[in-house]
Ligand binder design. Structure first.
Ligand code: GLY
Length: 575
């Protein structure tokens, strides 16, 4: 099967007048005006869920609560996200059904260059420079997103939404299971940084479970943000401290980088799936496009009549094709022309479907493209308030504990999002094929993300979901949507045993015992290589709102059951 001719064929179908998916955005408004019986929040950390609930109790809406949960996660889950990183806020306003994607993704510094991580002598990437230390950090976007979401969509002043986190930072938060598990990977890098070590370690070592952690510097930065808004972080003392600290360590940041940072409001990606409207992340996330492609490929099959083995086989084959396109076409839409309407058109999905053998795995080597690597951390939270406002938010500092660097006096880690760029763009891969040029480094550009905050609007239910997990985010959200289709509760959807294929490596990665011996043997007989992982992945947070009776439900991924928290409050007392 040849890839380019298929694109051309789909383009012709588009030109012939089939509907473009973006026009579906208006349909997302269909259940606007309905109200649930209460509010629900699911997040990866109970202290953050509680901060969001506190803000709802004070009269805040879902968007104020999103600001509260986001800021709190940055404190209590520093391995996953924070104001030194970025995030995507997918919002749906109840009053008019408006859906918007607030892109607070980090940007490359203005002095960044395409080959900045390559050794000029060898032309190869220098080891670890995109992972640890000052060059790895892109310009943070999350503080600007918090200001923007609060000001544009919130009901409370920003300072009030930040207050629970400020109190937590001053009075102390509790070091938990997940903080501990993720620190195993990063203890040495954190210990080597003069800002990170005193903030996050005890005597240079990982703190014991249950240690009370204080962070007055973070409280001070949040107070400035609450008081002065954008300028409180991106101009003035804090900006100067950040730039001086990064440059002293050998980085490229300038005051202009911070002053010029802007969030971008983008139109969410919207498509139809089994009679539901799926609202999800557009570029610079790759997630929404891959979600749309996979689900639209699967929608062409008579799903209920297929065996469990057939469904798994088809899901794997659909993911294989969507992940291949992710690597080839996607990048920051402000810099490269991403063919979104083409890639998400049902006619294009039909072309991909036609190439799937019903009973045989297609070797990925026959589908030219480039590899996409897994990135293990990030965090997601989902919120519905009692007015029906919705926030689906995924945020990140990239790898666990970001670049392991804290500028002294600031209280937060910087990200290592530069690693989400293709550091060797345009170079043909091992198969001699075109590399992911669309995601090459450029000054001010946003690196391609897999974060896929999603809202699914059906006649009977609205579901809000997302997860961390790097490239695995997309396959997990696909599984979450399919599980909800099949009637799973919020918790069951989050708990779903995970099965992943990302085109390359050409293997089906499964959690332990995710497949019965029969299913596994069946897939192997069809040519799939199964790799059972010794670990779990993801941390899915799901909220559902039953439109028939108003019930809300929250499911926090049970893989971290002592850490995350789904919380609901009914009776509408948060209105
Ligand atoms: N840094 C993880 C992602 O954005 O996909």
């Amino acid at each position: 099967m040849s890839f380019r001719p298929m694109l051309v064929a789909a383009a012709l179908v588009l030109a012939a007048g089939l509907s473009a998916p973006t026009s579906l955005a208006r349909e997302a408004a269909s259940s606007a005006g309905q109200r649930p019986d209460g509010a629900a929040i699911a997040s990866a950390n109970a202290q953050a869920t509680d901060a969001g609930m506190e803000v709802l109790r004070k009269g805040g809406n879902a968007f104020d609560a999103a600001v509260a949960v986001s800021a709190a996660l940055g404190l209590v889950e520093p391995e996953s996200s924070g104001i030194g990183g970025g995030g995507f806020f997918l919002l749906r306003r109840a009053s008019d059904g408006k859906v918007v994607f607030v892109d607070g993704r980090e940007r490359a510094p203005l002095a960044a260059t395409r080959d900045m991580f390559l050794d000029p002598a060898t032309g190869e990437p220098r080891p670890r420079q995109t992972i640890d230390g000052p060059l790895a950090a892109a310009i943070p976007g999350l503080p600007a997103a918090l200001v923007h979401v609060s000001k544009t969509y919130g009901r409370l002043p920003l300072a009030e939404s930040l207050a629970p986190t400020i109190a937590l930072a001053e009075n102390g938060w509790t070091f938990g299971d997940k903080n501990l598990a993720m620190m195993g990977w990063r203890e040495a890098a954190l210990a080597a940084d003069p800002g990170a070590a005193p903030l996050l370690l005890v005597d240079g070592k990982t703190p014991a479970l249950g240690t009370r952690m204080r962070n007055p510097d973070y409280a001070e930065v949040l107070k400035r943000l609450g008081r002065d808004g954008f300028d409180g972080f991106y101009r003035g003392d804090i900006a100067t401290r950040l730039v001086d600290g990064v440059r002293a360590a050998g980085g490229l940041w300038t005051l202009d980088d911070l002053a010029q940072y802007r969030v971008v409001e983008r139109e969410p990606l919207v498509f139809q799936h089994r009679g539901k409207t799926v609202i999800t992340a557009p570029p610079p996330s790759s997630g929404g496009i891959a979600l749309a492609q996979t689900l639209q490929i699967l929608d062409g099959y008579d799903w209920s009549k297929r065996s469990e083995l057939d469904r798994l086989h088809l899901r794997i084959e659909a993911m294989r094709r969507a992940y291949r396109d992710r690597a080839v076409f996607l990048g920051d839409p402000d810099f490269v022309d991403v063919p979104v309407e083409l890639l998400t058109n049902p006619a294009y999905a039909a072309g991909l479907r036609a190439g799937i053998h019903p009973e045989k795995a297609t070797p990925s080597a026959l589908l030219p493209g480039v590899t996409a690597l897994e990135r293990p951390d990030t965090t997601h939270f989902s919120i519905v308030d009692a007015d029906g406002n919705i926030a689906s938010v995924t945020q990140t500092v990239n790898l666990p504990y970001g670049n392991a660097m804290v500028i002294p006096g600031t209280g937060f880690l910087l990200n290592n999002e530069m690693d989400d760029f293709s550091v060797k763009a345009g170079v043909p891969n091992a198969f001699g094929l075109v590399g992911d040029d669309a995601n090459a480094i450029a000054p001010g550009k946003r690196p391609l993300s897999s974060m896929t905050p999603t809202i699914v609007v059906g006649d009977d239910q609205i579901a809000v979901l997302g997860t961390p997990g790097g490239s695995r985010i997309i396959s997990m959200v696909i599984q979450g949507v399919l599980a909800l289709d099949a009637g799973a509760s919020a918790l069951e959807a989050a708990a779903e045993p995970r099965v992943h294929h990302q085109y390359l490596p050409d293997e089906v990665s499964i959690e332990k015992d995710a497949l019965s011996p029969e299913l596994r043997a069946g897939l192997e007989a069809r040519g799939h290589v199964i790799k059972e992982e010794p670990r779990t992945w993801g941390n899915m947070q799901v909220v559902t709102w039953d439109l028939t009776d108003g019930d809300v439900d929250a499911g926090a991924d049970p893989r971290w059951k002592t850490v995350g928290k789904g919380s609901t409050q009914d009776g509408g007392i948060f209105r």
